[in-house]
Design a binder for this molecule. Structure first.
Ligand SMILES: Cc1cc2nc3c(=O)[nH]c(=O)nc-3n(C[C@H](O)[C@H](O)[C@H](O)COP(=O)(O)OP(=O)(O)OC[C@H]3O[C@@H](n4cnc5c(N)ncnc54)[C@H](O)[C@@H]3O)c2cc1C
Length: 371
């Protein structure tokens, strides 16, 4: 049986970066990844510049595009566009980004997690190839996490369904990230150029998702889009149990407004690495402190993001002109730069607005008890 202090299931951004953070503080880990080298993940690959603070190398080293402009379109009409002097977001191809994050860490490729047994002194993890003994086990295995299921960590799940395709981009130097509203209910579409490719996609809450929506706004004839679920954040009672903890999308740590999960996944990995360190120093076998740390650093903002999305998406037809303005985009760009979108401040601005349309939308949401 192989041993490691921490066994991590899943070599996506959350699992790989957890291994990096643990290594920086002298804690050894093994990452079990069911995919092979250069495994791909359906994703638009848009990363806020603030992620630079969490990564071992600057984003520009492996990104395909530095975005300098953000434009928003409503049912075919441009409603706002804003420019930035420096990049506020980067476009990566997940195949290469994830492979880069996995360099310099111990990854067992093409190996699948099957289950675990918790003992008094540690955890025995079983894969389809080996058994491992460790002090802690971390589920970084993304949406539909098997670790979460086996550990019986129960929480409500709320899904967005996304469809994405990458086609050839004739405008190689295009640095505008485009958002499309009004084509699907309770969701949005995007076109993010990435050098000679362009990622085009659309996502919406499960009950409103309609396959092929991207063809309504995208200049693509490619109908072979990949369809993949995204597990949006809902407050969970706990994302740990005994010696087991979840990071990233395995714990549904996905922004409820944008459905982006890479920044929050990596941020959760950093928080968990600190909690693991503390537990090891104190000889403590539990990881409960992780829930409190997440509450302080992420959950409050996510709660505001959830509230905002329940105002924004259903009432877009009524409020788009008030909410989507150059000033809003300015703020989004600025906050993407820090990686710290303050949903609380946006929410407060929206709920204090005197505009009749917004007041009506808020009243309706209060009546149906959504806010
Ligand atoms: C269409 C679409 C567009 C998106 N666009 C963006 C975007 O632009 N920006 C953004 O930030 N986020 C985006 N997301 C969300 C983002 O892709 C995820 O939130 C992110 O990948 C989560 O990272 P993770 O490391 O937690 O999980 P993942 O990246 O899903 O990694 C989990 C890993 O675990 C492995 N695994 C799973 N089960 C097992 C097992 N039993 N044994 C061993 N290994 C296992 C998988 O192979 C995988 O490599 C998008 C998602 C979709 C569907």
């Amino acid at each position: 049986m192989r041993t490691a202090t921490v066994v991590i299931i899943g070599g996506g951004p959350s699992g790989s970066m957890l291994a990096h953070y643990l290594c920086e503080s002298g804690v050894d880990s093994i990452v079990i990844e069911q995919g092979a080298h250069f495994r791909d993940k359906t994703c638009a690959g848009a990363l806020p510049i603030g992620l630079n603070d969490l990564l071992p190398e600057p984003l520009r080293k492996f990104s395909k595009t530095e975005y300098l402009s953000l434009s928003v379109n409503y049912r075919g009409i441009s409603i706002a566009q804003q420019f930035s002097k420096s990049p506020f977001m980067y476009g990566v191809e997940r195949k290469y980004f994830d492979e880069f994050l996995r360099s310099d860490i111990d990854v067992r490729y093409s190996e699948k997690f099957l289950g675990f047994d918790e003992t008094k002194n540690g955890i025995i993890t079983k894969t389809d190839k080996e058994s491992y003994f460790s002090k802690f086990l971390v589920g970084a295995d993304g949406v539909g996490s098997s670790v979460k299921r086996v550990a019986n960590i129960v929480s409500k799940q709320y899904f967005i369904i996304g469809e994405e395709t990458e086609s050839n981009n004739p405008l190689k130097s295009d640095s505008t990230a485009r958002i499309f509203l009004g084509f699907n209910k309770m969701g949005y579409g995007w076109a993010f150029p990435k050098g000679d490719k362009i990622s085009v996609g659309s996502g919406a809450v499960k009950r409103s998702f309609k396959k092929g929506t991207l063809l309504k706004f995208a200049k693509t004839s490619d109908t072979k889009a990949n369809i993949f679920p995204i597990s949006i954040w809902q407050k969970a009672e706990s994302i740990t149990k005994g010696r087991v903890a979840l990071v990233g999308e395995a714990a549904s740590l996905v922004d409820p407004f944008t459905a982006a999960g890479i920044y929050s996944g990596i941020a959760s990995a950093r928080i968990l690495s600190r909690v693991i360190n503390k537990s090891l120093l104190n000889g403590n076998a539990l990881l409960e402190g992780y829930n409190d740390e997440m509450e302080k650093s992420m959950y409050q903002e996510f709660e505001y993001a959830r509230l905002l999305s329940s105002i924004f998406y259903p009432f877009l037809w009524l409020t788009k002109g008030l909410i989507v303005k150059e000033s809003t985009l300015d703020m989004l760009i600025e906050e993407a730069e820090t990686g710290n979108l303050s949903y609380k401040s946006v929410y407060e601005r929206v709920t204090n607005s005197k505009h009749l349309q917004l007041r009506l939308a808020l009243l309706f949401l209060k009546l149906i008890k959504r806010i």
